[in-house]
Structures are given as C-alpha cells and as structure tokens.
Design a binder for this molecule. Structure first.
Ligand code: ADP
Ligand code: MG
Length: 246
C-alpha cells in the first residue's frame, strides 16, 4: 500500500537552531510508527509541526487529499490539518475548569462545530471506551494522572482523526498509572487510524509499532521494523542510544 500521509523536507528553526532538518516520512493507512531518540532531538517539534502548534519553516505535509506547503500555509490549511489530527500531550493539557466530559466535547464543538447534544452523546460513548463512564462530571483535579491522560486520549479519539499524534503519553505519569494508559493506546491501535507515537517506553514501541524511527539531532537516522531496530540496528548512533536506555 502506498502512503496517504507524507511529510517531505520538513524543516523547523528556532532562531539559529535548526531543530528539524529536512525530515521525510511516509505513513501508510493504519500504520503505527514509533519515534524514539534522545531528548532535545526534535521529536516533540516534529509532532507539533504536523498540526502547526509550531509552524514549520519549510517542507510539505500531505494528509490524504490535503496538501500543505509549510512556507505558504493559509489559516484554512492549518484548520484543516487540525481537523484531521488528534494530539495527545505529555502533560495531558486538559482544561482545569472543565469536566472530563466537557474536555472531550471541546474539540467537537469548537473545531467541528457540532451542537452540544451531539457532542455530549459522542463524549459519553468515548467515556465508556476509556473506562471512565462514571467520571464524566469529574474535573481533572479529582482524577488520577492515569485517568487524566485517558481523558486526554479520549479527547483526541473523539475527533476521529486520520492521524493520531502521541507525544510521550506516559512520561509525566507516576509509574503506577503507566500500565493503564499503555493498555488504552493498545486497545485503540486497531489499525484503523494512522498513529505516530513518540515514546521512551522501548518495550511498548517494540510491541505496538509496525515501524520504529530513530531520530537524533533533528534528523531521521534510521528506521525499520521493530525487530530490526531493537535487535539489529545498523547505525552506531541507534545502537548507542539503545544501550543507554536499555
Ligand atoms: P524532544 O521532544 O526530542 O526532546 P524537542 O522537539 O522538544 O525535542 O526540542 C528540540 C530542540 O528544540 C531543543 O533544543 C529545544 O530546546 C528546542 N526548542 C523546542 N521548542 C522550542 C521553542 N519554543 N523555542 C526555542 N527552542 C525550542
Ligand atoms: Mg519531547
């Protein structure tokens, strides 16, 4: 199958610092791709550039029939990218003054323009899927870290996006909550949505990903099936990283 999501020549600079250097990546429909690499390497920036949370300087992003030239992106292009991507943040980024249900509804009412009743129904379905059917009225401060991140995932799921972006979804969690969040991601990774998952959980990456991408210094150094990257990496930088984290 050919790619329906294609990133080409994506480049991002912060001042003099080139944080993403000419990234090319091609994702097949339903493919689950894990991104690993040292911190400060541009992994978060890559995800953020895909929906213009950070504006990329150069390159092209193709999502199905939507083609966006980074240097010339219009407001309509950016909105369209955001409609088609769901983002799960490292530190959940929930609205503290909204309930779990309202957090899940937010994107549906604002980005999608759904009426409240329809968004409420959808949010209730999602609350059941994330195992929080009885916590819809709870505010984030009353939820555990694991529950908050499940709401964060639910909020992204609600949009039924073509591309789900996970930025180290378990790295801010106390160890006791990591398992339930990884279990939820496994449960929704059914091959229907394309997923780009930045993670420091190597075992999880190995098990969930169809392909693993190793990044360092703003570039893709090496990519391949999990068995190849974890068992038989070609590049010394990949092997050195895996020795450090393993
Ligand atoms: P990673 O997610 O791989 O740890 P990041 O994408 O967060 O890496 O960061 C890559 C580099 O970009 C780092 O050097 C970081 O300091 C820099 N950076 C990230 N965001 C900003 C920003 N908003 N302003 C300036 N520099 C940034
Ligand atoms: Mg990061």
């Amino acid at each position: 199958m050919s790619c329906n999501i294609e990133i080409s020549g994506l480049t991002k600079r912060f001042g003099q610092n080139t944080v993403l250097n000419n990234i090319d990546l091609c994702l097949k429909p339903g493919e689950r791709v894990a991104i690993i690499g040292p911190s400060g390497t541009g992994k978060s920036t890559l995800l953020r550039c895909l929906n213009f949370l950070d504006a990329p300087d150069e390159g092209r992003i193709t999502l199905g029939d939507l083609k966006v030239d980074a240097a010339r992106a219009s407001k309509a292009d950016i909105l369209a990218l955001r409609r088609r991507t769901g983002f799960v943040f490292q530190n959940y980024a929930l609205f503290a003054n909204k309930s779990a249900r309202q957090n899940i509804m937010e994107g549906l009412t604002t980005v999608r323009g759904w009426p409240a009743a329809k968004a409420t129904d959808r949010a209730n379905q999602i609350l059941t899927r994330i195992g929080l059917a009885d916590r819809g009225d709870s505010f984030p401060s009353a939820l555990s870290g694991g529950q908050q991140q499940r709401v964060g995932i639910g909020r992204a799921m609600a949009l039924d996006a073509d591309l789900m972006l996970f930025d180290e979804p378990t790295s801010a969690l106390d160890p006791e909550w990591v398992g339930e969040v990884l279990d939820l991601i496994r449960a929704i990774a059914d091959g229907r949505q394309t997923m780009l998952i930045v993670t420091h959980e190597m075992q999880f990456a190995r098990e969930i990903a169809d392909r693993v991408v190793f990044m360092e210094g703003g570039r893709i150094v090496e990519q391949g099936p999990p068995d190849q990257i974890f068992g038989n990496a070609r590049d010394e930088r990949t092997r050195a990283f895996l020795r450090r984290v393993g």
